[in-house]
Design a protein around this ligand. Sequence first.
Ligand SMILES: Cc1cc2nc3c(=O)[nH]c(=O)nc-3n(C[C@H](O)[C@H](O)[C@H](O)COP(=O)(O)O)c2cc1C
Length: 315
Amino acid sequence: MDAGEVNGGRPRGKGIPGVPVAAGLWLAPLRGVTIRAFRETFAPEILSADFCGMVAPFIPANPGIRVGDRLLADLQPFGRHSPSLVPQVITRHPDAMRELLKGLKDRGFARVDLNAGCPFPMVVRRGRGSGLLRTPDMLDRLLEAGCDEMGAGCFSLKTRLGFERPDELLGLMPILNRYPLAAVTVHARTARQMYEGACDMRAFAAVCAASANPVIYNGDVRLDGVNGVGIPNGLKALKGVMVGRGFIRALGAMEGSTVRLHEYVARSQAELRGDRPVLGRMKELLSYWAESSPHWHSLWPAVKICRTVDELLSL
Ligand SMILES: Cc1cc2nc3c(=O)[nH]c(=O)nc-3n(C[C@H](O)[C@H](O)[C@H](O)COP(=O)(O)O)c2cc1C
């Protein structure tokens, strides 16, 4: 199967060499990375890649806590041609989630995603993110509340193959299949694996076969070939592919990355106070670029020890 089959045979993008395109190619949420300033700075590359949509990094929904304007401001699209932006919520509180969904609907968002994949211990300990894979009743209640509040086909789930084992999501499919979800995005790893180790294509194919909802594949997709990861042939429920780090890395390897970095700094300086948060943001991005570009790789040791933005920009 080539990229054309995954993407419905639409033509290829032109911006980043070899980017496979179109219907079905999603930009993954990466907290602290694929934020508004990033999406605005790299809008030309996002448009060239022809993403059909982007899921925004998660917003927590907790009882009694109003979501601040700053979090909501991060949900701005970058222009008329921006791919649709889907907000994502992380929670274990169905009522608090309903409140947040109402607010998002009022602001014009037609679809919202639920995070059931975040593997970080602090999140999991609170029963959120991939912790939901260990509390099927709570997952069930959240899916019920989400579909009820947003309507059929307007609520989606992003999750993993399991918490400890890659067959756990398969065991939860009878719950997921009761709801008319817009999509189930599956990062083909367990939470235990975090972001490393092999993606499990057999377990992913089994989930796909069992799903009544459209499935989006996620995990190690590279922009020089969607199927570089070896997605099996003939998965009927497979409706899309989501890419995160592969897209970020490709940006570092493109011509003009330095100019874009300077733009990203300027946007971030306008938004944040002081050098420290701006530097943190840049270092996070450059840690990916150091993996994909010899230029950024050679600068990385110097980048790591930069203490001011001016120092970084003078490298
Ligand atoms: C720094 C970082 C932040 C992330 N933030 C989120 C998030 O807010 N919501 C979410 O569902 N997944 C999040 N993820 C997971 C990614 O969306 C994606 O599932 C994962 O990176 C695997 O896809 P990739 O190999 O294409 O990057 C994050 C991953 C990383 C590395």
